[in-house]
Design a protein around this ligand. Structure first.
Ligand code: ZN
Length: 119
């Protein structure tokens, strides 16, 4: 009568002999397997260098940024000119980085990844 040494077998029957598998094991492996072929390229819309994956060379890179005048720059310039800042002050938006669009480039292959537009 060795069965008396295993009380979980003779109290509730066969159902008790199958302990539930650890619920965290299988989802963990599934996440690892599915995340490998899926290359998540997420572009954060910021005006600062961003860590991302270059779509051209598939490298993890920190983007190199270049600022250029955009629509918001010209609107601010026009707005300043309208309020009387025509003595060079209307050119201030062209000198302020936070008023300009930002181009993000890959530092490895110089691929243009995306453009951050203020407007
Ligand atoms: Zn690249």
């Amino acid at each position: 009568m060795n069965i008396d040494k295993y009380p979980y077998m003779d109290t509730t029957g066969m159902a008790a002999t199958y302990p539930p598998p650890p619920p965290y094991m299988q989802p963990h492996e599934t996440v690892v397997v599915t995340s490998v072929p899926t290359v998540v390229v997420r572009y954060n819309c910021t005006d600062t260098p961003t860590i991302t994956v270059c779509p051209a060379c598939r490298q993890n890179i920190t983007t190199r940024i270049e600022r250029s005048p955009g629509l918001m720059t010209w609107l601010l310039c026009g707005g300043l000119a309208l309020v009387g800042c025509i003595a060079g002050c209307c050119l201030i938006p062209f000198c302020v980085g936070s008023c300009q669009d930002v181009d993000h480039y890959c530092p490895n292959c110089n691929h243009h990844i995306y453009k951050y537009k203020r407007m």
